[in-house]
Design a binder for this molecule. Sequence first.
Ligand code: FMN
Length: 300
Amino acid sequence: MLDIELLGMELKNPLMLASGILGVSGASLKRVALSGGAGAIVTKSIGMTPREGHRNPTFVELDNGYLSAIGLANPGYVEFEEEIDVAKAGNVPIIASVYGFSFREYVEVGRVMEGYGADAIELNLSYPNVGKAGAFYGYSEELAHEVVAEVKKEVNLPVIAKLTAGAGDIVAIAKACEDAGADGITAIGSLRAMKIDIETGRPVLGNKMGGLSGSCIKPIAVRCVYEISREVSIPVIGCGGITTGEDAIEYFMAGANAVQIGTGLLSRGITIFKKVSLEIKEYMEENGYSGIDEIIGLAL
Ligand SMILES: Cc1cc2nc3c(=O)[nH]c(=O)nc-3n(C[C@H](O)[C@H](O)[C@H](O)COP(=O)(O)O)c2cc1C
């Protein structure tokens, strides 16, 4: 009932682990696939050189979401082969998230991830907290177009562009990515945000700014998916604030072909994928739907 075909990958359900949440080690990716029930998993964003990330505190819980500035901490692409090998035992498609500080770095890491056996590449054009990487490319139509085009020239896997609502016109960026040959769009990454501790008068996060995620960003993300789906003909993957089947259904109705879950794992645990799948199925049965296709784009 929930199985889908997406970019040549067979998914047992349309729910994926979002990048950066438990995605840094192969063992945790495998655990999400095997016991968690995700249809696909996206790795932590990987770059060319190992990064320690930003200084503590890197994560704070808010009333209706989370603020984080991990700073793209990752072991670098050389070390990541072993993690992909371990994750493969989870038997679900693996999407390697890639970032770079230049076009060349995106291409190079993408090529290496293809060699490691990833099933698709997600280009991180959304991360808001590390200078000239991630969202730096996703804020500009020209840069987004060029990074996708360069990667498409040398990587023979489906390429998904992950975008940010921090861009002035996310629809124009999505169209530029499609025009450059992107096979899919993920919308959205966390949003640049800040919290001040009024006792100390200082920003709470070590990096001062962070990325906002969780329930509070869902209405923005659903709006982005809705607007992008109307304008592009490649699949759109929704992301932001999903914790229940109802949340996921909203995204499908806005035009998403699949969705990703990140910080929802913190409130509902690793089996959130199983729980959300069940809730979607219940909704479909109650409302007489037999396939997810019947819901996708209903609100458009
Ligand atoms: C701790 C943390 C680390 C993240 N790391 C990455 C990352 O490495 N690459 C990326 O594309 N997005 C990263 N994200 C963004 C998530 O993939 C996702 O887009 C965002 O959290 C919104 O989804 P959610 O509300 O379901 O968490 C991170 C988010 C969090 C909270």
